[in-house]
Design a protein around this ligand. Sequence first.
Ligand code: GZL
Length: 317
Amino acid sequence: MTIQRRTVIAAIAAAGLPLPLFAQGKLVLGFSQVGAESEWRTANTESIKASAKDAGIELKFSDAQQKQENQIKAIRSFIAQKVDVIAFSPVVESGWGTVLREAKAANIPVILSDRAVNEKDDSLWVSFMGSDFVEEGRKAGRWLVEKSKGTTGDVNIVELQGTVGSAPAIDRKKGFEEIIKADPRFKIIRSQTGDFTRAKGKEVMEAFLKAEGKKINVLYAHNDDMAIGAIQAIEEAGMKPAKDITIISIDGVKGAFEAMIAGKLNVSVECSPLLGPQLMQAAKDLKAGKALPKRIVTQEGIFPMEVAAKEFPSRKY
Ligand code: GZL
């Protein structure tokens, strides 16, 4: 412990005030999680909880059930408890300025995990660690362009977007459109949110099929859970997923590999949820007074169905 900290602790103790949590030795991390909406989120939560345990960090974990007001309440509670570090995965990009300024005023550093916020003042967080969602969208678009080489005629695409206003939904759409706009054959004929869940993905795909039916050539889903829900809808409509309708999704969770091995999903762009170890190391570095990079990007690949069976045994989520 640094001399300054010892001096502060002695002064607080002499004043008969309760010691801050860091003075009791154990690093305390407050984490506000989006919810439990998808396989990806479950794996992300497991990674964070297991890594905190391995690192000897006291984790105060809150599940917001995909509601921003619950995340804001949790962050305020962490501030009141004087945790050492706050981390959270913002369910949507906007509306965080006030509570982040409260954390800053309380001298509690904030790490953004998985998703970013669109606040202009980037002094409100020390680091953002997670995937490049725009690049994930580009990878999906490049795969489709490559697959369409040598074909003619329109490629009619329906899109299942993630949670409205969330960084992955905004950026995955942006990256995909950036690639396909080069060829007017690629047309997004329907686009609607499935909120990253299987149930909503199935419901919206049913509506797409009712409206457009056999006109649909491609489904681009912003996550595997919505794609898996849509696969059920496609089969119930008497069509063959991955054959009658090419299906592209993102995350690379176990359910996606199982669907690819069953020949029902064409490709999944990897988005790793295994952020726990990096997050715990960052919290420890902060407590040790080390500076963190402002942006830590997760390195990821892409898995077409042709490699799914070979890759599946080594998948960690
Ligand atoms: C991406 C993450 C997204 C996943 C979804 O990093 O925020 O949220 O792609 C999850 O499966 O619900």
